[in-house]
Design a protein around this ligand. Sequence first.
Ligand code: AMP
Ligand code: MG
Length: 341
Amino acid sequence: MITKIQRVAPDSLREAKNFIEAGEVVAIPTETVYGLGGDAFNDEAVKKIFAVKGRPNDNPLIAHVHADYDLSKIIDYDPPYAKKLREAFLPGPLTLVYPSTGKVSPFVSCGLNTLAVRIPAHEGAQAFLREVDIPIVAPSANLSKHVSPTSAQHVYEDFQGKIPLILDGGVCVGGIESTVCDVTGEVPVILRPGLVTKEMIASVVGACEEYTPDFRSGEKVKSPGVLYKHYAPRCETTLFGANALADAVRVAKQATAEKRVAVLCESDLLGAFDGLNVAVLDLGKTGEEMANRLYGMLRTAETICDLLVAVEPREKGGVMTGVLNRLKKACVSVDIPHENV
Ligand code: AMP
Ligand code: MG
């Protein structure tokens, strides 16, 4: 199969719609990362997405709709606070998990009675969703466990010859996947942190909790995706806490004797590696900058080094929660054993 990359335009949108109607999957841009899109009502299209990504079949998908789509077609109950969240943050990088009407393919939510819905802000994504006018399931357009894609070229690297079309909408500005927030209970519960933060949600609806799965309790995990090793570059990785900068420098220095080494950390910590024979990947200063650069830099790392030495950002909370969550899933942490389930 030939994989075409086409800029978002009336012709390419029509072509994308034809592929979707034929049960194919096409890659689409969003403001967070690129997605691998298919018809949420079509069992075969949904199964194809799992197959082409190599995604575990208990990790549910997010349905993407345009801003004027009638949500009552796919969600069963819409609590008043969810409406407030939509008014405040959507279209944007926030996914809400509602009770489902069960109208989309049962493979979308992997047997859960809920449905995750997102209204992306990216103009190209909106144009595509309006063109098809159905919910499109679109997990990140990377092979399962590889780093998420923030450009059409990244998608091509993983899916060349496997999908017919990549709609190119430029480099993603957000850079990390949407915040996933459960709205089936009394208060919103964040299942995956992202650019819409706990603090932002609480400021609109008064309260917001954060879900941290207890792996040892045997409880049924609310959002299976949080279990998986994710986003990993194909090189050795070591992540140091911000207070272990000296250890990071020592490890990087020792490794340069036998390996190509790169270091990844916030701008203000880079000076600690001066004089070492290492490639430097500058994450930037703010949470937004770090989110925007992270995946591109992880993809660069796997092409330029054998060992990536990463250091956690010093600041915590806000957008940094999402950045740190992705860094921990991408890199082997020196103090926490890496779950690889
Ligand atoms: P991805 O599509 O790769 O960005 O991953 C989607 C994320 O949304 C994963 O972490 C899933 O576990 C989560 N998700 C999707 N649907 C649901 C749902 N119905 N309930 C809880 N989490 C969900
Ligand atoms: Mg993903």
